[in-house]
Design a protein around this ligand. Structure first.
Ligand SMILES: Cc1cc2nc3c(=O)[nH]c(=O)nc-3n(C[C@H](O)[C@H](O)[C@H](O)COP(=O)(O)OP(=O)(O)OC[C@H]3O[C@@H](n4cnc5c(N)ncnc54)[C@H](O)[C@@H]3O)c2cc1C
Length: 471
């Protein structure tokens, strides 16, 4: 007889494992199915190991600038193998942490590849052979994988996806990064810090194109100053990988095509959802326009009892969004099963922060100035530079700014856009504010500690109303 659960979660990334924990907390008998490593892409191949690499790159960079702080550090060298080993160690520590959390919450872990074979029925082919599991509800959290460039499929030798870039066999001497979203820019930043000669090619007219245009302009200048070559409105022509390198034809924004040889290429042009071979078609589960699984605000698909969350549904494709959706779906399931104490809310996509951990860091939430204007808002915009902040100067990090966008009529905070040191930690202040539907009045009346970088969040709000104190 097949094993019976209240909920089975397919995939154990930050969407799946968090959802399973919340289901278990709500008293639901829960199982999780994973074909590779508990923790999914985020813990093993994404957010966490990249931050470990970036930390090494950043320290290396800082050590080279020790003199600026009155210190001496001579003969500084980087050992790429040791840097990668540390990053893999961090990932492995967190993978073990998720194993512990599954045990602690009494969640049954089935290692293997899962496929829906009927509503409420999942077949798992794995370490125990073929098992059939049954549940009242199934949550699909199968995530996504790197999108390949059709004309240059990643080979792990010269042409890399993020997985290869995270565990390099050798240090690239001349690196081309195709795509300037968060993943592309983070790898460009890491390898540039480690000493590679880095070129970034972006098809659109600015890098980090989802961010506010002012942030893109500032970042392009900062990365160029750090020695990177940035090409926007540029197109990749032929790519020829050989044993010694990759010859890539690039058409620049003026239409001039030139072929350059790189030692390695990282393809970072987005992701594709893992929606194949999991039984969606047979069950009639509908995709959305971009071939992700179509869901409502709680994660319900069009088939009763089947839910989907995370990177396999609509974006933004971020770990915290996946986890939040996981909690919402778990609570909506508990509610359907009669729990009267849970009150799930549909996800508000306007309040999901986005962070990029290059240096200077980038963080944002809500509408860009352009998007707010397009949406018909009359806006008040505040801008405060890092150079006007005592803590930033003391840290030796005077580069960056904080921009805020308010609705001129109501004072509602519509968006916040930051670039500079530690902004990925600061953004949460604005996210809390936005979730509470804050206006300029509460932000102005909030006391910010001194000396902190957070004072710039206050100053940016004041600047939007012509009241900034330190510029
Ligand atoms: C290099 C990189 C850096 C990133 N950095 C950040 C960051 O800093 N911040 C951030 O928020 N996001 C970041 N992301 C994105 C983040 O990793 C994803 O948004 C997040 O992992 C999505 O979570 P998920 O649970 O939907 O899916 P995933 O983490 O992709 O997990 C899905 C899991 O499902 C398993 N699976 C798939 N199909 C099956 C099947 N049929 N049977 C069994 N198991 C299956 C997979 O093996 C996988 O473990 C980064 C991504 C990359 C690639």
């Amino acid at each position: 007889m097949s094993e019976q659960y209240d909920v089975i979660v397919l995939g154990s990334g930050p969407g799946g494992y968090v959802s399973a924990i919340r289901c278990a907390q709500l008293g639901l008998k829960t199982a999780i199915v994973e074909r590779e490593l508990l923790g999914g892409i985020c813990l093993n191949w994404g957010c966490i190991p990249t931050k470990a690499l970036l930390r090494s790159g950043e320290m290396f960079h800082q050590m080279k600038h020790a003199k600026d702080y009155g210190l001496a550090a001579e003969n500084i060298t980087a050992d790429l193998d040791a840097v990668v080993k540390r990053s893999r160690g961090v990932a492995s520590q967190l993978n073990k942490g998720v194993t512990h959390l599954m045990k602690k919450n009494k969640i049954a872990v089935h290692m293997g590849t899962g496929k829906l074979v009927a509503p409420g029925k999942l077949e798992v082919v794995g370490e125990k052979g073929t098992e059939t599991l049954e549940a009242k509800h199934i949550i699909i959290a199968t995530g996504a994988r790197a999108r390949d460039l059709p004309k240059a499929k990643a080979d792990g030798e010269r042409i890399w996806t993020y997985r290869h870039a995270m565990t390099p066999k050798e240090m690239p001497s001349k690196l081309l990064v195709i795509g300037s979203g968060a993943i592309g820019i983070e790898f460009a930043s890491f390898y540039n810090d480690m000493g590679a000669d880095v070129t970034v090619v972006e098809m659109l007219n600015r890098i980090v194109p989802v961010e506010d245009a002012d942030v893109s302009t500032f970042l392009e200048k900062a990365l160029t100053k750090q020695g990177m070559k940035i090409m926007t409105s540029a197109n990749i022509g032929t790519i020829e990988a050989a044993k010694s390198g990759v010859k890539v034809a690039i058409k620049d924004k003026g239409g001039k095509e030139e072929t350059t040889e790189f030692s390695h290429v990282i393809v970072a042009i987005g992701i594709v959802p893992n929606v194949e071979n999991i039984g969606l078609e047979d069950l009639g589960i509908e995709p959305d326009k971009r071939f992700h699984i179509k869901v409502d605000g709680y994660g319900r698909t069009n088939v009763k009892g089947v839910w989907a969350i995370g990177d396999c549904v609509e974006g933004p494709w971020l770990a915290h969004k996946a986890s939040h959706e996981g909690v919402t779906a778990a609570e909506a399931i508990a509610k359907e099963m009669g729990n009267k104490d849970v009150h799930p809310h549909p996800l508000d996509r306007n309040n999901i922060p986005g962070c990029t951990y290059c240096h200077p860091q980038i963080a944002s939430v809500g509408m860009t100035e352009a998007k707010a204007k397009e949406a018909g808002f009359e806006v008040k915009v505040g801008n405060f530079p890092f150079i006007g902040n005592g803590k930033a100067i003391a840290l030796g990090e005077p580069e960056g700014f904080i921009k805020t966008v308010f609705d001129a009529k109501t004072g509602e905070l519509l968006g916040a856009h930051m670039i500079g040191a530690e902004v990925t930690e600061l953004i949460q202040g604005y996210v809390v504010g936005k979730t509470l539907e804050t206006t300029e009045a509460e932000l102005m009346n909030t006391v910010f500690p001194h000396p902190t970088l957070s004072e710039m969040m206050h100053e940016s709000t004041l600047a939007a109303y012509g009241r900034a104190l330190h510029i």
